[in-house]
Design a protein around this ligand. Structure first.
Ligand SMILES: [Fe+2]
Ligand SMILES: [Fe+2]
Length: 229
């Protein structure tokens, strides 16, 4: 393996994602958790998940494959490295927290509906409903706690509780991330079955958008904001 392959393997996946968000497409393809599991090195992640190191390094170093499957959110997250902390916090709250407060209740209605209507034939929907309820409750509680505690304290320069508040945030991120992974698995990455009705499709689209948005949100907090303070 070339030298820059070795150097890449020894970096943490969170660091790779914040320095080069265009590589996140490759992480998504291989199922690499760069948000909650961002502190692990690429090498450790490959060993734990049985990912071929040569193959992934090759794709990460190839600008064409690395740029595939990304959206504007990720190119924006690269710029976020240079934002000041107050602006970054406002961005996270106004964009990502607002997104969840609007779309979680909307998705709840659809998830409830498709579990009731299609749960017999697609029993995974019953489990998805249960997991989504758990995830949503934890997430909404976390948004409130984060805004009233950690983010307010950072802005006010009140440092005494920050360490504990970050630990609490990391705990929630990991808890939510874990549930999202399970939902992704149960829904086969939110691919709808052939007999899916419009509500089914819409519910899966909403869940996928929520899942993607949480990934970038947690990435911005764990790998960019928390690193700045
Ligand atoms: Fe947040
Ligand atoms: Fe958070």
């Amino acid at each position: 393996m070339e030298n820059n392959g070795n150097a890449l393997l020894l970096k943490s996946v969170g660091e790779i994602a914040s320095e080069n968000p265009e590589k996140i497409g490759v992480f998504k393809k291989y199922g690499v958790d760069f948000c909650c599991g961002g502190s692990k090195t690429l090498k450790d992640v490959c060993e734990e998940s049985g990912i071929d190191q040569l193959l992934i390094v090759d794709e990460l170093n190839n600008p064409l494959t690395a740029a595939a499957g990304n959206d504007d959110n990720y190119s924006l997250s690269k710029k976020a490295n240079d934002w000041n902390v107050d602006f970054l916090i406002d961005y996270i709250v106004n964009i990502h927290h607002t997104f969840l407060r609007v779309h979680i209740p909307e998705a709840e209605g659809y998830v409830e509906k498709i579990a009731n209507v299609h749960g017999n034939k697609h029993p995974e929907l019953l489990k998805i409903r249960e997991l989504f309820t758990k995830m949503s409750q934890a997430m909404i509680l976390h948004l409130d706690k984060e805004e009233e505690g950690l983010l307010t304290d950072i802005k006010a320069g009140k440092t005494e509780n920050i360490k504990k508040e970050i630990e609490d945030a990391l705990y929630y991120h990991e808890y939510v991330g874990h549930i999202l992974k399970e939902m992704l698995f149960l829904s086969s990455d939110y691919s709808v079955p052939q007999d899916a009705c419009a509500s089914y499709k819409h519910a899966y689209e909403l869940l996928k958008n929520i899942s993607d948005d949480i990934m970038i949100h947690v990435h911005m907090e764990n790998n960019i904001l928390f690193k700045k303070i």
